[in-house]
Design a protein around this ligand. Structure first.
Ligand code: FAD
Length: 387
């Protein structure tokens, strides 16, 4: 596997073990039929508890059944899962970074005890409801709201593009609390079997097909007071979760690109044209040289990000740069790999075109490429240019 500047030589034993376990899992349980899932628009649901058993959901958290592995180990896990499929990494990212993380960081002791162990094993599936039909890049303008009633809150509104909502047991719904001054955004744990909750599946996707995506409709949904995340108020809540998930994406995208590279390298050696393997042509070698270089640069950024995160010095702007760069890199390189496979490259028998289609979603969700450009623009000039 491509590790040109030997970054993996510095891994400790636990990190190696997690990398190897995830890699074997993907080889054995994902790669054989992920192409079929992609074609059929299904997620291999039987892998959800298996992934829990393997400790793939938020292993970087501490306590409540989570082993608190290093940020590098967590990144490597995301990289290996996304080498399988971005849908698989999305499953682990949503469950771990977008649902377990906020419960861990902002939940009450009762909420942590109730949800974290079951989510860690995959017995309970969570989803994260921030995006709305009219508010994507600017979630601050969200319209979903909560109003107090005697023993809790009543929620109304709708969320869309929510990974796993049709199969989730619980959703973290971000909504404006209209009963408090200045309508702060709060996080509500909403069990999906409550009256008034609907979770329609979005079926028309041409990207991230091996992942379930849906809406969340909230029509006078009552939740008790104890379902509110007590430890956070305002946009800091959802944005801090996104920082965690984007960290995983910065690593994950490298996995998708690496898988494309390996597939293209193998194919170039195996495929004969004009009397020998196409890998002997300079044009093909140039493509591999560029792909290998770009992947290596992205790996360096991901490893550095892990160091900063481990030290508590990682800022959201660092994550913006890594997510932005690494996803763009993977999106561009997957296309080159696809090209190297000729006609076979457009089928699900090989991974590059599936990765290429998936990466359109990864480029768009968790802050579009444009939005991260604006984050960096503000970082370097001091001038916000969002409006
Ligand atoms: P818009 O915000 O409408 O953007 C449209 C275009 O305008 C983009 O190119 C954007 O970059 C550009 N644009 C917007 N604002 C600016 C600006 N100020 N300056 C320049 N250009 C701008 N959301 C969740 O809450 N939970 C999930 O689990 C989840 N999963 C998803 C799964 C999939 C498969 C997909 C596709 C999306 C998912 N999302 C999820 C939603 C995702 O985060 C949003 O699609 C994303 O934030 C972009 O919002 P939008 O689609 O409304 O696009």
């Amino acid at each position: 596997m491509l590790d040109f500047v030997q970054l993996e030589a510095d891994l400790d034993q636990e990190e190696r073990m997690i990398r190897d376990t995830a890699r074997e899992f993907v080889e054995e349980h994902v790669k054989p039929d992920v192409g079929e899932h992609f074609e059929n628009g299904t997620f291999p649901k039987e892998l959800i508890p298996k992934m829990g058993e393997m400790g793939f959901y938020a292993p970087n958290l501490e306590g409540y059944g989570s082993p608190n592995v290093s940020e590098t180990a967590y990144g490597l896990l995301m990289q290996e899962l996304e080498a399988g499929d971005s849908g698989l990494r999305s499953m682990a990212s949503v469950q771990g970074a977008l649902v377990m993380y906020p419960i861990h960081a902002y939940g009450s002791e009762e909420q942590k005890d109730e949800w974290l162990p079951e989510m860690g094993t995959g017995e309970t599936i969570g989803c994260f409801g921030l995006t709305e039909p009219e508010h994507g890049s600017n979630p601050t303008a969200m319209e979903t709201y909560a109003e107090r009633d005697d023993d809790g809150y009543v929620l109304n509104g709708s969320k869309t593009w929510i990974t796993n909502s049709p199969i989730a047991d619980v959703a973290i719904v971000w909504a404006r609390d209209r009963s408090a001054d200045d309508d702060p955004v709060r996080g509500f744990l909403v069990e999906t079997d409550r009256d008034g909750v609907s979770t329609n599946k979005i079926t028309e996707k041409l990207s991230l097909r091996a992942s379930i995506t849906g809406e969340i409709g909230l029509n006078n949904v009552r939740v008790p007071e104890e379902n509110v995340l007590p430890g956070v108020s305002g946009m800091k809540g959802p944005l801090s979760c996104l920082t965690q998930a984007r960290y995983g994406i910065a690593w994950g995208a490298v996995g998708a690109a690496r898988d494309c590279f390996e597939e293209a390298r193998q194919y170039a050696n195996d495929r004969d044209q004009f009397g020998g393997p196409i890998s002997r042509f300079q044009l093909q070698q140039r493509k591999l040289a560029e792909m290998g270089t770009q992947i290596t640069l992205a790996q360096l950024l991901a490893y550095r990000l892990a160091e900063l995160k481990e030290r508590g010095e990682m800022r959201p702007q660092h994550v913006s740069m890594a997510k932005r760069n690494n996803v763009r890199m993977a999106r561009n390189q997957s296309r080159i790999a696809r090209e190297m496979l000729g006609g076979n490259g457009i089928t699900t028998d090989y991974s590059p075109m599936r990765h290429m289609a998936n990466l359109e979603t990864v480029y768009t969700y968790e802050g579009t490429h444009d939005i991260h450009t604006l984050v960096l623009g503000e970082e370097f000039t001091g001038i916000p240019a969002y409006e």
